[in-house]
Design a protein around this ligand. Structure first.
Ligand code: SF4
Length: 553
C-alpha cells in the first residue's frame, strides 16, 4: 500500500521583518492586519517617511551604509536606515520624522515601539555579523534630537519576547482586539480599515466615535460610454482614446474605477496597471446590465476563511438577513412617507400602514423562506404605491404602474434597472476592495450570474441612491422622453445620451453626504459602500451590531 507523506507547507517567511516588530510594539492588531491579513495603506506619513530616507541617502554619503540583514537563528530580517562606526563601535541609526517622547524629567527619550525597533536592528547585527553592538541611535528630526538606546540584557530579552509573540500571532486566525489607547489609533495608518472607533462603539453603545474613516473618496469614476473607445496606459496615466477625438489622459492616482459600457475596450497593460494601482475595472452591457468586474484581489485568505465560517451558519445568516430586510423595508416605507408631505393619497397611506404591520413580523421570521415572503410583501406594497409619488405634471410616458425588468417595459423601469446595475457595480467594487468573497452571501442564494453577497448589500442602497434619484429627476422634468430613450417593440432602453445623463446624476448623488445613523458622523455615499462592507465583516469578528442600520429618516 502506498502511503502519502505529510509535509507541512508554509508560505510564510521564516523570519520576521524588524519593521513588523515596530508595528507589534505599537499595537498587536496593527501587526496582525499587516503581517497576517496583508493590509497596507500608504498614507501621507508613510510617504513622508520614505522621502526623508531618500533625502538622507543623498546627503549623508560619507559614512552612510545601507544594509539588508537576515538571521534565521534569531528569526529576524531587516534593512537598516544607516550604520556608522563611532570609536570603533558599529552603531545602527534610525531616522524618524516626528517628535521624541519626553520623560517625567523632560528628557528626550525614544518611543517604546521605536526603541524596540532599533534594539532589534542592533541584535540582528550581532547575530548576522557576529559582532558586539552596545547601542542603537534614533534621530527625531522634528525635535532635532538624537536618542541613544543601549542594547543590554533587558533589551535583548525584550526583542526575543517580541519575536515569540509575533510568531504566535502569525499562526492565529483571530484578529487581536483594538488597543485601549485611542490616541495611538488617531495616528495609525490602518485606522480606516481597522475601524477602532466603530469596534469600541460595538462594545459600548454610549461610545461617541470620532471619524477615522475618510469622509470622501475624491478619485474619479471614469465611465466609458462610447462603443469603440479604448482605454490604455501611458506611463503613470490612464489613456482614453475616443473615435475622432483628442486622446485624454488622467493620472492614475486620481482614478478610483474605470467602467466600460457597451463595446469599449481595455488593453492588457491597462488591466495590469489598474490591478497594481487598486483601480476597479467593471463592465456594463450596452443594454445597461452589470456584466462583471476584474477581480485582482490580493492579500491574505484569513478574511475569507472567517467569512466562510460565519456565512455557513444558518442562524448567523438568518440574523443578518432579518437586519437587511428591515433596513430595506424601512427605507422604502420612509421614502413613501416623505411623499405624503406634499399630498396624501389613500393608496400611499394604506401601503405605509400595511408595510408597518409586515415590518413588525420580520424579527420573528424563522427561516430565509419566510423572510423572502415578507420581503416580497413589502416590495409589492412599495411598488404599488410608488407611482403616487410622481407629480401630475410629469409626462404620461414617464409614469409607471409597477416594477418590471429583463427587459424593462417602460421608461421609469428602464431608469430603475440601469440605476440598480450601476449600484451593483459599486457594491461589488467595495466588496473587492475590502477583500471579501462576493460569491458567498447570507440572504440571496447562488442562482444567477450575480454574486449573492453583492445582491445582499445592494438592498441597503437601492432606495437612497437609485429610487430617490430616479423619482427626483422625473419630477424635476430632467428627462426627454424621445432623445433619452429608445423604444423597441415593448422594450425600452436608454440611448447613449440618456445613459450619460443618468451616469452624471448618479455620480452626483454619490458625492452627497449622509450622517450615519449609528456612528453619528457624516460621509459621502461613495464612502458608505466600503464602510458598510467593513461593518458587515465586523458582524463575524466579535464587533457586530452596526451593520444594516442605514435607514432614511
Ligand atoms: S487603529 Fe488602533 S487598534 Fe487599529 S491597528 Fe491601528 S492602533 Fe491598532
Amino acid at each position: 500500500m502506498q502511503t502519502l507523506e505529510y509535509q507541512e507547507v508554509s508560505t510564510q517567511p521564516k523570519t520576521i521583518r524588524v519593521s513588523a516588530l515596530h508595528a507589534l510594539a505599537y499595537c498587536p492588531r496593527l501587526f496582525y492586519l499587516e503581517e497576517v491579513e496583508e493590509l497596507y495603506t500608504q498614507d501621507a506619513a508613510v510617504f513622508a517617511g520614505r522621502r526623508l530616507h531618500a533625502e538622507l541617502e543623498k546627503q549623508e554619503d560619507e559614512d552612510w551604509e545601507e544594509l539588508f540583514l537576515e538571521s534565521e537563528e534569531l528569526g529576524l530580517r531587516g534593512r537598516l536606515d544607516a550604520l556608522r562606526t563611532r570609536d570603533r563601535q558599529i552603531i545602527p541609526y534610525e531616522h524618524k520624522r516626528g517628535r521624541c517622547y519626553h520623560d517625567e524629567n523632560k528628557q528626550p527619550q525614544a518611543w517604546e515601539s521605536d526603541s524596540l525597533q532599533i534594539l532589534a536592528y542592533a541584535l540582528l547585527l550581532e547575530y548576522a555579523l557576529g559582532i558586539t553592538v552596545t547601542e542603537g541611535r534614533i534621530r527625531y528630526h522634528a525635535d532635532n534630537v538624537l536618542v541613544r538606546v543601549p542594547l543590554d540584557d533587558a533589551g535583548r530579552t525584550a526583542v526575543k519576547e517580541a519575536i515569540q509573540q509575533a510568531r504566535t500571532l502569525r499562526q492565529s486566525t483571530h484578529r487581536p482586539p483594538v488597543i485601549d489607547n485611542e490616541r495611538l489609533c488617531a495616528r495609525c495608518s490602518l485606522a480606516p480599515v481597522c475601524l477602532p472607533e466603530e469596534a469600541r462603539l460595538a462594545h459600548d453603545k454610549e461610545w461617541q466615535p470620532i471619524r477615522l474613516f475618510p469622509e470622501d473618496d475624491e478619485r474619479q469614476v471614469i465611465h466609458i460610454l462610447e462603443p469603440g473607445t479604448s482605454v490604455g496606459r501611458t506611463g503613470e496615466q490612464i489613456k482614453i482614446t475616443r473615435r475622432n477625438q483628442p486622446v485624454e489622459t488622467v493620472p492614475a492616482r486620481q482614478v478610483g474605477q474605470v467602467v466600460l459600457h457597451s463595446f469599449s475596450q481595455i488593453s492588457t497593460q491597462a488591466l495590469h496597471f489598474c490591478a497594481d494601482q487598486n483601480i476597479g475595472v467593471h463592465f456594463i452591457s450596452g443594454g445597461g446590465r452589470y456584466l462583471g468586474s476584474f477581480d485582482s484581489r490580493q492579500g491574505s485568505i484569513q478574511r475569507r476563511i472567517r467569512q466562510y465560517a460565519a456565512l455557513t451558519s444558518p442562524d448567523g445568516c438568518l440574523e443578518l438577513a432579518r437586519k437587511l430586510v428591515i433596513c430595506r423595508g424601512q427605507g422604502q416605507r420612509k421614502f413613501l412617507m416623505r411623499g405624503t408631505r406634499g399630498k396624501k393619497t389613500q393608496k400611499l397611506e394604506k401601503a405605509i400602514a400595511q408595510m408597518k404591520a409586515v415590518l413588525k413580523q420580520v424579527p420573528q421570521a424563522k427561516s430565509l423562506e419566510s423572510l423572502l415572503g415578507f420581503e416580497g410583501n413589502l416590495a409589492a406594497l412599495y411598488f404599488s404605491a410608488l407611482p403616487d409619488l410622481i407629480s401630475q405634471d410629469v409626462s404620461q410616458e414617464l409614469h409607471f404602474s409597477g416594477r418590471n425588468r429583463r427587459p424593462p417595459l417602460d421608461r421609469f423601469n428602464t431608469l430603475l434597472s440601469f440605476g440598480y446595475a450601476l449600484l451593483l457595480k459599486d457594491v461589488m467594487n467595495a466588496i473587492l476592495t475590502v477583500g471579501l468573497e462576493p460569491a458567498l452571501g447570507f440572504y440571496h442564494q447562488p442562482r444567477s450570474q450575480a454574486a449573492p453577497l453583492a445582491l445582499d448589500l445592494l438592498e441597503i442602497f437601492r432606495v437612497p441612491l437609485v429610487d430617490m434619484t430616479v423619482m427626483a429627476s422625473v419630477n424635476r422634468g430632467q428627462w426627454d422622453v424621445k432623445a433619452d430613450f429608445e423604444v423597441r417593440g415593448k422594450q425600452v432602453w436608454l440611448t447613449e445620451v440618456g445613459r450619460r445623463k443618468f451616469v452624471e446624476m448618479y455620480e452626483r448623488r454619490k458625492q452627497e453626504s449622509w450622517k450615519h445613523p449609528v456612528t453619528g458622523y457624516s460621509l459621502t455615499y461613495r464612502r458608505l459602500f466600503e464602510l458598510e462592507v467593513r461593518l458587515l465583516e465586523k458582524e463575524w469578528s466579535g464587533e457586530g451590531g452596526l451593520f444594516g442600520q442605514l435607514i432614511l429618516r
